[in-house]
Design a protein around this ligand. Structure first.
Ligand SMILES: C[S@@+](CC[C@H](N)C(=O)[O-])C[C@H]1O[C@@H](n2cnc3c(N)ncnc32)[C@H](O)[C@@H]1O
Length: 319
């Protein structure tokens, strides 16, 4: 039996459960093999200014702690489950992400490495005529670095770990349409007119006006990132999703939109309260969109009937 959640947000027939606790304690309460997918981003130990958590452990302590929570995650993951582990770095400490991935190696198999592209520049000449660019393109957001040595950091890793390295994925759930129609049919799965998106995902941050009001947390990912992870794992196979480091609840927001159960923990009540209200809003917005989508075809039928009736009336009247 789990201890009491801080808040429960109903999302259709499912629930998002938020726990104000250390994730290690939450993991201990969960039965083994009970979670389908974990999408998360732990603190990176880069001295980030969180409200409660102190992001300045020694490298050895940080990696030992990383091993502890990943072992706990591996225990609760189903045999065909997925752990999508997002880790960034800073230019003066570029090994962080790789070190975290190495700490997971003893517990899980690295099945895919995905690059979360936050910003990209594409030259018109390299894109080719089919792309229809009228000029060179530079899209997305990143924190500019003023340095003679280091490049602006425009990506982070998403390590996809699984228990055996053999978790089947719904690759075409994120499919992209073929640019060149002549390729359709040449590759497996091409019958649907889309191909696998591959392991570079361009997901920009939403533009915000005021950080303290619109995104009051120093290290979030956009909710489209967990949404893509969940779709890739395969929505049909997902019952329970977890984010042990919930922050502002980006994974919970994705679960609310997709209508799947969520369990999450964070040490900080301010973050968790914001996560709860974002999840409620996301569910309300998704329900409105779904209701509108259901009404639209009915309205179209009514309008068509009205048009036919009026045409018939005019015909009968000899107009
Ligand atoms: C990188 S942030 C996660 C942000 C989240 N992905 C989002 O998009 O909002 C890491 C979070 O982990 C929380 N945290 C740190 N140590 C924790 C622990 N032992 N248990 C639970 N949460 C923890 C921090 O308070 C912080 O909000």
């Amino acid at each position: 039996m789990l201890f009491k959640p801080y808040r429960i947000v109903p999302v259709g027939g499912q629930q998002c459960n938020f726990y104000l606790t250390d994730c290690i304690d939450l993991f201990k309460q969960l039965p083994e093999r009970s979670v389908d997918v974990i999408v998360t981003s732990p603190p990176y130990n880069l001295g980030i200014d969180y409200n409660t958590y102190s992001d300045t452990l020694s490298r050895a302590d940080y990696l030992a702690w990383t091993g502890t929570w990943i072992a706990a995650a591996a225990r609760v993951l189903r045999p065909d489950g997925s752990l999508f582990l997002n880790v960034g770095a800073k230019p003066t400490d570029p090994w962080t992400a790789m070190d975290v991935a190495q700490a997971a190696r003893a517990h899980l198999t690295l099945q895919n490495v995905i690059h979360w592209i936050k910003s990209i520049a594409i030259d018109r000449s390299s894109a080719g005529a089919a792309a229809g660019l009228t000029r060179d393109l530079a899209v997305g957001h990143y924190k500019p670095i003023n340095s003679e040595r280091f490049l602006n950091d425009c990506h982070e890793f998403i390590f996809h770990f699984t228990p055996q390295g053999s978790t089947a994925l719904d690759r075409l759930a994120l499919g992209v349409p073929y640019q060149d129609e002549s390729n359709i049919g040449r590759w497996r799965g091409a019958g649907e007119g889309v191909r696998c998106r591959g392991n570079t995902w361009f997901i920009p941050y939403e533009t915000i006006q005021r950080r303290d009001r619109d995104r009051p947390h120093p290290a979030t990912f956009p909710s489209r990132l967990p949404e893509q992870c969940l779709r890739l794992h395969g929505l049909k196979r997902i019952d329970v999703v977890m984010d042990p480091f919930t922050g502002l609840g980006s994974t919970a927001v994705a679960c609310a939109r997709l209508g799947v159960n969520f369990i999450g923990a964070d040490l900080d009540e301010t973050y968790l309260a914001e996560a709860v209200s974002r999840t409620r809003e996301a569910y309300a917005a998704a329900s409105e969109t779904a209701a509108a989508a259901a009404v639209l075809p009915r309205r179209a039928v009514r309008m068509r009937k009205a048009a036919l009736t009026s045409a018939a009336t005019k015909r009968l009247a000899g107009a």
